[in-house]
Design a protein around this ligand. Sequence first.
Ligand SMILES: [Zn+2]
Length: 338
Amino acid sequence: MTNNELKSFIAGMPKAELHLHFDGTLEPERMLQLAEKNKVKISYDSIEEIEKAYQFTDLQSFLDLLYEGAAVINTAEDFYTVTMDYLKHCRAENVVHTEISFDPQTHTERGLAFGIMIEGITGAMEDAKRDWGQSSLLIMSFLRHLSEESAEITLEASLPFRDKIVAVGLDSSEFGHPPSKFKRVFARARAQGLLGIAHAGEEGPPAYIHEALDLLKVQRIDHGVRAIEDPELMTTLAAKQIPLTVCPLSNVRLCVFDTMADHNILTLLDAGLNVSVNSDDPTYFGGYVNANFDALVTDLQLTQDQAVRLARNSFSGSFLPEGDKSKMLDRLSEYATG
Ligand SMILES: [Zn+2]
């Protein structure tokens, strides 16, 4: 199979996305349009200027731009529009299931009501389900550079919408903000029946992955690529099949790896870990899920068998009910065996 044949096999392959931030799906065109509509002043006048700002030196330089972009999203209709833009990409790329993370604090800190976000985002999720059978779940993430108290206030504000949210997560600046900082709020979320995920081992050390598992008791790790530095942790992750939601283009853009050829995703996969391919913040990092797979084909000589295993992990690592999971896994097997 040539690289191009493999890329078109991947494009048609049913798959899930497990690591995706709502704010990271804001397209430059949409940012300009919403800024104008809502009369929000931003530092950029054109799509070219926004795209130029996508040259990041580290996680923080990206977060600065991300938070500026988020300020143009102001009404339930805006949240709907941005979510629907993303869900249409899922449809086009055969991402048949997605788990969308949103950061309420990015928006509540500037005065928006919690319900506005939920109404807009879940409205689009429900319409996509009705219109083309798009499967999706919603995850609420806490910003780790803020205090645990702020996370607790956010959890409290989410309780009237408890049935719309499947899990809580932890994202934003990793250095200096270990998972242990959020131990109590994750315990409170668990008591509400919420599942847990956390970004760990992206820029931060393997110790943060241990903390996320042992103290926050999460079911899944976002990124986790630095697990490779800790052989014992690698054994645990493989034995327990704890999913790592890996984001290749993001990691190279944010200089976690110098080049795609240096990325360790296939080493982790072949060591038996449950790794999947995700886009993280697709508009900021140069592509959606299929573009991430394509980069692995081009720079890491991804094989068809590995591509199918990565897609299988995206379903088995999801928070779908078991019945839905096996239906999607069956659909993937059928596709893979032609
Ligand atoms: Zn992320």
